[in-house]
Design a protein around this ligand. Structure first.
Ligand code: FAD
Length: 584
C-alpha cells in the first residue's frame, strides 16, 4: 500500500474535475485521480453547446435563463441554485474564452449562439439563441482547453487510478469528515491511499445501466456508488434523461443542435408531429416532452422502419454547407454507423439514455450533504455525479456543460479554502480494509457467472422496464430482476487473476456500482407515484405537487447484498417561480 498526502484530492478529470483543479491547484496542493486519461473523459463527447445569456445575437438575460431551467426541470429545481448558475454562466463562458477555447464566431467576431430545446425568450414566447458552441465538438474543445490550463497550473494527475472507497471519520462534535480516497492503480494492481483535507468527487454519470445510451462505456456511476455505500444519500435518482435523438438501434447521440439549427422530427407519414405536442416551440420543446412524444408516435403505429420502431430527424433542408460547417460530426456519425447521408436522407432516431439528473446531494458550494441539514466536512461533489439541484426532473440541453464549469469552479474554490483552514485528520487504522477484502473476494470467487452476461441482462431489463415510461408493474419486474442479478453477482468469475492492467477485475467492480445504482433508481421511481420531467408513470400520468414537490433522498441501510434502501425527502427551494402547468 502506498500513501500520498494532498490538501485537495479530486476524483475525476472530466470538465467538472479539471475546472475544479484549475481553481484548487494554485491555492492548495492538489492531485487529480482519474480512471481515464483526462482527455478521454466523456465531457469530450459533448456536442451541441454550453449556454449563457450573453445576448450576443439577440435579446436575452439570466432571469429568462433561470425561468427556463426551473420550468424545464418541472419545478423540482432548487431555484436559488438555478439562479446562481444562470448568473455565473456569463463569466463561465468568458473564462473559457480567455483560457483559449475556440468558440464559433459571429461575422462581427463575437461568440456565436444557437438555439436549444427549452431555452426561450421572455418566459416561453419563442426559442432564443443562448448556446455557445464550437461546431458540434463543444465538449471536446472544453476538455482540451481545461486540460491545457491544468498543465499550465502544474496539476498533478494520477492517470488510470480507480477510486474504490472513501475514508471518513468524525470530528469532536460527532460530525462526519471525509479524509481519504482509496484507489487501485491499473498498471500495477497496487492499492494507494490518498490522505486529504478536502476531496472532490467529479466522476460523471451512470448511463451504462441502460442498453440504449449515449454514454461512454466508462460511465458506471462509481462516485455515486462509493458515496452511497458509505451511508450517504443519493438524491432524485429516479430522474434519468432520455435524449430524443439517438441513432435508432444504437443510441449514439445526434446532438439537439440539429434541431437548434432547424432540423425537424417526422413520423412515418412525414408529419412534423411535434406541432401537436408543443405547438409554440415544437421540435425545441424540452427533451422529456420530445422523447415521450416520439415513443407515443411509435406506440400509436406511426413509427418508421421494418419494425415501425423509430421516427426520423430531417435536416435535408439545411443544406450541405450548414451541415458541414456546424454539424460535421453528427453528419459523419449518421453515415458511418447507419449508412445514411443526412444531406439527402432522413435519419432514423429513437430516445437514448443520456443523463442522470440525480446524484450526490450538494449545496451551491458543492459541499456534500449527509442528510437534509448536515454537510460532510471536507467532501465535495460537482458535475454529473452531483445533484445541486439545478436540473430538477429534466435537464435542459447545454445546461450540463454549464453546470460542470460553474459548480466545478465553485467546488475547487471551496475545497481549497477549506483545506487551507484546517489540519489533516487522522486516517482510520486500516484505511484499505474494505477494498482489500472486496477485491480479494472478487478474485478468489470460483463461481461461473460472467460479468458481461449480468451487465447485458441488467441493461436489457432497465431498457424494457425503467426507460421513458414506467408503471408499478414494470418497475416491480425490474426490481426483481436486479435482485436476482445481484444474487448472481455474488458468484461471478473474474478470469484474470493478475496484477497488471486487470481490466477484467475493474469491470466487475464497475458492474457492482451499476447494480447498486439501478436498484436505487428503481426503488426511487416506484415510490414517486406521479409523472414529472424525465419520470413518466403511465399509472400516475399527472404531476402531483401536493405530495411530490420534494426531492427523493435514498439511503443504504446495512451492508447486505440486497440493499435495504430507506427513502426520505428534502424540500425544494422555491424563490420566485410558482409551479405552473408545463406547456410549450
Ligand atoms: C454524447 C454526449 C453529448 C453531450 N452533449 C452535451 C452538450 O452539448 N451540452 C451539454 O451541456 N451537455 C452535454 N452532454 C452532457 C455532458 O457532456 C456531461 O454531463 C458532462 O460533460 C459530465 O462532465 P463530468 O465532468 O461530470 O464527467 P465526465 O466528463 O464524464 O468525467 C468523469 C471523470 O471521472 C473519472 N472517473 C469516473 N469514475 C472514476 C473512478 N472510480 N476513479 C477515478 N476516476 C473516475 C473519469 O476518468 C473521468 O475523468 C453530453 C453527453 C454525452 C454523453
Amino acid at each position: 500500500m502506498q500513501e500520498h498526502r494532498y490538501d485537495v484530492v479530486i476524483v475525476g478529470a472530466g470538465g467538472a474535475g479539471m475546472r475544479a483543479a484549475i481553481e484548487a491547484a494554485p491555492r492548495a496542493r492538489t492531485a487529480v485521480l482519474t480512471k481515464l486519461y483526462p482527455t478521454r473523459s466523456h465531457t469530450g463527447a459533448a456536442q451541441g453547446g454550453m449556454c449563457a445569456a450573453l445576448a450576443n445575437v439577440e435579446e436575452d438575460n439570466w432571469e429568462w435563463h433561470t425561468f427556463d431551467t426551473v420550468k424545464g426541470g418541472d419545478y423540482i429545481v432548487d431555484q436559488d441554485a438555478a439562479e446562481l448558475m444562470a448568473k455565473e454562466a456569463i463569466d463561465a463562458v468568458l473564462d473559457l474564452e480567455k483560457m483559449g477555447l475556440p468558440f464559433n464566431r459571429t461575422p462581427e467576431g463575437r461568440i456565436d449562439q444557437r438555439r436549444f430545446g427549452g431555452h426561450t425568450r421572455d418566459h416561453g414566447k419563442a426559442p432564443v439563441r443562448r448556446a455557445c458552441y464550437a461546431a458540434d465538438r463543444t465538449g471536446h474543445m472544453i476538455l482540451q482547453t481545461l486540460y491545457q490550463n491544468c498543465v499550465k497550473h502544474n496539476v498533478e494527475f494520477f492517470n488510470e487510478f480507480y477510486a474504490l472507497d472513501l475514508n471518513m471519520t468524525t470530528d469532536e462534535n460527532g460530525e462526519p469528515v471525509a479524509n481519504g480516497v482509496v484507489a487501485y492503480e491499473l498498471a500495477t494492481g497496487e492499492i494507494h491511499v490518498f490522505h486529504a483535507k478536502a476531496i472532490i468527487f467529479a466522476t460523471g454519470g451512470s448511463g451504462r445501466m441502460y442498453k440504449t445510451t449515449s454514454n461512454a462505456h466508462t460511465l458506471t456511476g462509481d462516485g455515486m456508488g462509493i458515496v452511497f455505500r458509505k451511508g450517504l444519500p443519493l438524491e432524485d435518482m429516479e430522474f434519468h434523461q432520455f435524449h430524443p435523438t439517438g441513432l435508432a438501434g444504437l443510441g449514439i447521440l445526434i446532438s439537439e443542435a440539429v434541431r437548434g439549427e432547424g432540423g425537424i422530427l417526422r413520423n412515418v407519414d412525414g408529419e412534423r408531429f411535434m406541432e401537436r405536442y408543443a405547438p409554440t416551440i415544437k421540435d425545441l420543446a424540452p427533451r422529456d416532452i420530445v422523447a415521450r412524444s416520439m415513443v407515443l408516435e411509435v406506440l400509436e403505429g406511426r413509427g418508421a422502419g421494418p419494425n415501425k420502431d423509430y421516427v426520423y430527424i430531417d435536416v435535408r433542408h439545411l443544406g450541405e454547407d450548414v451541415l458541414n460547417e456546424k454539424l460535421p460530426d453528427i453528419t459523419e456519425f449518421s453515415r458511418t454507423y447507419l449508412g445514411v447521408d443526412p444531406v439527402t436522407e432522413l435519419v432514423p432516431v429513437y430516445p437514448t439514455c443520456h443523463y442522470i439528473m440525480g446524484g450526490i446531494p450538494t449545496n451551491v458550494d458543492a459541499q456534500v450533504l449527509a442528510n437534509n441539514d448536515q454537510v460532510v466536512h471536507g467532501l465535495y461533489a460537482a458535475g454529473e455525479c452531483a445533484c445541486v439541484s439545478v436540473h430538477g426532473a429534466n435537464r435542459l440541453g447545454t445546461n450540463s456543460l454549464l453546470d460542470i464549469n460553474v459548480f466545478g469552479r465553485r467546488a475547487g474554490l471551496a475545497a481549497a479554502a477549506y483545506a487551507n483552514s484546517t489540519d489533516f485528520t487522522e486516517l482510520e487504522e486500516n484505511p484499505t480494509a474494505m477494498v482489500d477484502e472486496w477485491l480479494a473476494g472478487l478474485l478468489s470467487e470460483h463461481g461461473n457467472e460472467r460479468v458481461a452476461d449480468i451487465r447485458t441482462e441488467l441493461q436489457q431489463t432497465m431498457d424494457n422496464n425503467a426507460a421513458v415510461f414506467r408503471t408499478e408493474e414494470t418497475l416491480t419486474t425490474v426490481l426483481g430482476d436486479i435482485h436476482a442479478l445481484k444474487e448472481r453477482y455474488n458468484h461471478i468469475r473474474v478470469q484474470d487473476k493478475g496484477k497488471r492492467f486487470n481490466s477484467d477485475l475493474l469491470e466487475a467492480v464497475e458492474l457492482g456500482f451499476l447494480l447498486e445504482l439501478a436498484e436505487v433508481t428503481v426503488v426511487s421511481a416506484l415510490n414517486r407515484k406521479e409523472s414529472r420531467g424525465g419520470h413518466a408513470r403511465e399509472d400516475y400520468p399527472d404531476r402531483d405537487d401536493e405530495n411530490f414537490m420534494v426531492h427523493t433522498m435514498a439511503y443504504k441501510m446495512g451492508d447486505g447484498l440486497i440493499a435495504d434502501i430507506e427513502l426520505g425527502y428534502k424540500p425544494v427551494v422555491q424563490t420566485r417561480y410558482e409551479p405552473m402547468e408545463r406547456k410549450y
